[in-house]
Design a protein around this ligand. Sequence first.
Ligand SMILES: Nc1ncnc2c1ncn2[C@@H]1O[C@H](COP(=O)(O)OP(=O)(O)OP(=O)(O)O)[C@@H](O)[C@H]1O
Length: 407
Amino acid sequence: MSHSPSLPDRPRLELDPEMSETERLEAIRQHYRRILQVNDELEDRLDDAQDRRGELKTDVDELKRENEVLKTSSLYIASVEEITEDGVVIKQHGNNQEVLTQASTTLESDLRPGDRVAINDSFAVQQVLDDETDSRAQAMEVTESPDVEYADIGGIDDQIREVREAVEDPLDDPEQFEAVGVEPPSGVLLHGPPGTGKTMLAKAVANESDATFIKMAGSELVRKFIGEGARLVRDLFELAAEREPAVIFIDEIDAVAAKRTDSKTSGDAEVQRTMMQLLSEMDGFDDRGEVRIMAATNRFDMLDEAILRPGRFDRLIEVPEPNAEGRERILEIHTQDMNVAADTDVGEVARELDGYSGADIASLATEAGMFAVRDGRTEVRQSDFEAAREKLQDAEQTEEQVINYQY
Ligand SMILES: Nc1ncnc2c1ncn2[C@@H]1O[C@H](COP(=O)(O)OP(=O)(O)OP(=O)(O)O)[C@@H](O)[C@H]1O
């Protein structure tokens, strides 16, 4: 910053005791004129300074506005490929375009090849993002062999059979399909109410086929940065190819594959891009003998038909709420390790549970066990199941009341 030139000296009045009256008067007059002159000079300087201040304020306002725009506008994701003397070579995610660009000097010294960065419309690097492996690890759940077996799933035997046929058989014996000349289904979509065992089914089929289970929640694919969702989809399929045999399971697929709405917000466009990437991965995945793709949704009605076309999710399996028989089986499964009194009629308890999902029944069993514990008993009785049912019903009613009250 340059310093302003020094200010004019303050005029001094020097009066000599030897001076005559007239000389003193003249000296005072001169002093007065000098003060007026300095005053004018200072006023000019003040005007200049005020003009300069005005200019600087306009600059500051402009920069503030630019900063706001930068903060609010969408950024794209890219990886740093190379740092050269001419600038930074980055590769944009989503379209793989390589660009030579610049980063501010403060950022440039921090950049390393392989870093994930956010870039603006003109490709200038705006910020360095967290380590990608973190976000990948957070977004995907990878299990070498999940511990769910078909026997742990109650009331949906038909669905188990269908899933085995569509996923397990092609993984176990791809040659058989080839010899017969039929294509196994490309993707299997499980749909039905929450908590009915869709995730369990996907885990069990991966386990029984000795396949790695790779789960990604659709909501995880809806990302903040442009291109990031599409990149995660690519990572998902790459990871599956590395770990084959593998079962990819995309839960809540409706988050990325809902019907197009009229809104044209950028968030919406980003979701569309992610879905397009998913479709293209599925379309380009002809030789997927060792990798099977499954997805689940509670909102089948919301899905975009594009994902249901042949070659994509072309095997639809409905997983409904369990009927009385199914509920009894699920209750048996969830009480098999519990010390249940011999005279308990599990069938009768199950009959009372109309509208309960598998997940609800699992909570009911735990809650019944808690009643026995609170009572200091080691045996769970029929009355505990009844008390648990009442408690869960009360809780549900309170929840409904709260919701009604809120809206
Ligand atoms: N058919 C079932 N048999 C046994 N247990 C079940 C069944 N369905 C659900 N459960 C219990 O509920 C829990 C949640 O089930 P799961 O996650 O498979 O449901 P989901 O259909 O995938 O639900 P969401 O749509 O909410 O993801 C399971 O861990 C299990 O304890």
